[in-house]
Design a protein around this ligand. Sequence first.
Ligand SMILES: NC(=O)C1=CN([C@@H]2O[C@H](COP(=O)(O)OP(=O)(O)OC[C@H]3O[C@@H](n4cnc5c(N)ncnc54)[C@H](O)[C@@H]3O)[C@@H](O)[C@H]2O)C=CC1
Ligand SMILES: CC(=O)[C@H](N)C(=O)O
Length: 432
Amino acid sequence: MDYNSRRAHWVPLPSAKNRGLRTQRQAKHSEAAWGSTLHCQQSRHTLSFKLAYWYLKMPVVRALTKVAKKGLLAPGCGCQVSAVAVRHVSFSPRQVSNASDASFHSVSFSETDHPKVLITGGLGQLGVGLAKLLRKRYGKNNVILSDIRKPPTHVFHSGPFIYSDILDYKNLREIVVNNRITWLVHYSALLSAVGEANVALARAVNITGLHNILDIAAEHGLRLFVPSTIGAFGPTSPRNPTPDLCVQRPRTIYGVSKVHAELMGEYYHHRYGLDFRCLRYPGIISADSQPGGGTTDYAVQIFHDAVKTGKFECNLKPDTRLPMMYIDDCLRATLEVMEAPAETLSMRTYNINAMSFTPDELAQEVQKQLPDLQVTYKIDPVRQAIADSWPMNFDDSNARSDWSWKHDYDLPELVQTMLNSIGSESQVAQAN
Ligand SMILES: NC(=O)C1=CN([C@@H]2O[C@H](COP(=O)(O)OP(=O)(O)OC[C@H]3O[C@@H](n4cnc5c(N)ncnc54)[C@H](O)[C@@H]3O)[C@@H](O)[C@H]2O)C=CC1
Ligand SMILES: CC(=O)[C@H](N)C(=O)O
């Protein structure tokens, strides 16, 4: 499906004619200039010229180039320059033409049935759980977790793990090529609160890193999943509920980087046929993995503190309403949207939702199970300002109608599941 849908969605370069060119000779020069502009734009990325050299040296690509050149230089029949020829000769999001991708990296139907998945930033709150789910479905060795951190022993022994820094383009490409990756799940990011504490790093990881990912995915014909977030909206967005399409003016570097990711992914989809898929996650709540420095982290911490100490100090005001989701729903949604036939996706970026609550409502639900829990409030002004600019309720009707998204966990099930899980963990810890 991938390769065919890429072809179907592929949008050609503006033809020489459209760019107001008169002769084929000019057309040829213009194509070269267009290509070199792209190359110049990429000049900050190391290896660009080396790769262009490598590309020209490859015999099959060279042959394709010849054929394409013939197309461009064909006698003046009045025909428009062939889109395919243009694509073969000069065009690439980074440095390798899509034509060569089609020849060397196209995803066959059988590979699509059993994707070979790479997860970046896989040691955070969500990656290990996603790897577990995908490995169940596609086989242990078909899902590679990666991160820049050292994996804990149980993760290291649970399936393939590899070091990958998304800021290192060459390292990423090597992993994708050597492991014949067909799907890329891009989880690396700095979340909202840590992002505000280190804007330069957040910009590098969330924006420059994403550029590497997009180019790798486009060059190698990968299906690419990049999560977005409720944080991609801001104070001028409608907040109750927030639809898929509306004003997006976030006030955090995290939110800005995620809007950038949504737009770049959709642009690459329309421009190069990249099979980009994106879900805007609410705050995700999980028992056996810790959140990585976000605004919604309180909704995880309350469970641990309730079980361990019976006391919880909340860093958001009691009436701060935010959309939330249990991790199993989030991971299943990710799998479902990745498996959804392309024709069911009327959009490439969808809101998904499950529930919406305030710290006070969450505390009351926990107190139904643990009546002695004491909750106090000590507001973190940074997190509070962020939360006040985010959606209170999320409209995910498009996901529900297009690819049948449906959540399983509401607030009572979430609380019960979290307490059971953390309770049994702490019993095991005490027994040891
Ligand atoms: N957890 C949540 O509530 C939500 C998460 N998301 C998105 O889902 C994705 C995964 O989220 P989490 O697992 O919660 O994030 P996390 O913060 O727990 O994990 C992110 C991972 O990225 C890694 N990383 C940082 N710099 C890197 C680099 N240069 N190269 C490779 N990896 C690097 C970190 O080591 C970390 O393990 C993120 O993109 C996040 O924005 C979106 C909405 C909600
Ligand atoms: C909702 C998110 O994207 C994340 N959990 C955060 O709070 O930053």
